[in-house]
Write a protein that binds this ligand. Sequence first.
Ligand SMILES: CC(C)(COP(=O)(O)OP(=O)(O)OC[C@H]1O[C@@H](n2cnc3c(N)ncnc32)[C@H](O)[C@@H]1OP(=O)(O)O)[C@@H](O)C(=O)NCCC(=O)NCCS
Length: 271
Amino acid sequence: MRIESLQTFYQREMAAILADPDLAEAHAALLLALELGSARAAQRDAGGNWYANPWVKTAILAGFRSTHTALVPGWPSPAYDRTAFPPRSFSLADGVRMVPGGSSVRRGSFLGAGVVIMPPAYVNVGAFVDEGTMVDSHALVGSCAQIGKRVHLSAAAQVGGVLEPAGAVPVVVEDDAFVGGLVGLFEGVIVRRRAVLAPGVVLSASTRIYDLVNGRELTREVPEGAVVVPGTRPASGAYAKAAGLSLAAPCIVKYRDGGTDAATTLEEALR
Ligand SMILES: CC(C)(COP(=O)(O)OP(=O)(O)OC[C@H]1O[C@@H](n2cnc3c(N)ncnc32)[C@H](O)[C@@H]1OP(=O)(O)O)[C@@H](O)C(=O)NCCC(=O)NCCS
């Protein structure tokens, strides 16, 4: 099924699909299109704005709603999941090095050549992980998350999934960004190219990011090349003041320079 007709099918039949789906052919075409990268849950336009493709996200949801939980064949220990999204398998020709040991990549996700996945890691349906990206141990690439080229997702980085609502932009990490250990990105946050997030930075849609270089506050978006580290700010109100409380306040301490490149350079041989 060609992408245009698949898209038309889902857009036209949306209500009927969700009510009483007979999706086998369209679902198989959807998984293949996602895995080939020809259909994506979200895309960037020429102006750099990210927009969701609601038909893709609705199609994924239809898969969940139209299938039941069953034994997953071939898995080392008994596992039970929706039949719509079994684990993907790979061949040498895919150019993906998946180290054995508890990682799982769900069908309907795209992995570019040269992606490395260290166990245990999980890549969910609708995720797009572009060429040369490292997904380190305990990292999560949530449903529909869009990860660019040569990104480093350090150990335990959590990129949340944004499947519903269908029109919501998922979490995006653009090319050459460095996501430190234990970083959490949720609710459609966008990390622009070459940005660096130090270990422990957590960003959701309402987290205020303090740009110490330009004297401004930002939400939802980390600018290109920004270096963000965890910080704190006084919590507002008399009670908080009396109790000496602070809130998390991620700060942009600088924009990427040679020192940052040195601090984030990774051993090529590991790729
Ligand atoms: C974020 C990072 C890349 C910045 O490196 P850099 O560009 O060389 O930054 P600098 O060392 O010049 O630091 C700039 C400022 O940020 C502060 N800073 C740097 N890292 C920080 C952190 N993790 N938390 C709090 N503050 C931090 C520095 O103290 C300095 O502040 P100052 O100007 O007031 O002295 C680096 O500090 C870092 O955290 N590397 C970790 C890499 C990593 O996670 N590796 C895991 C691989 S699996």
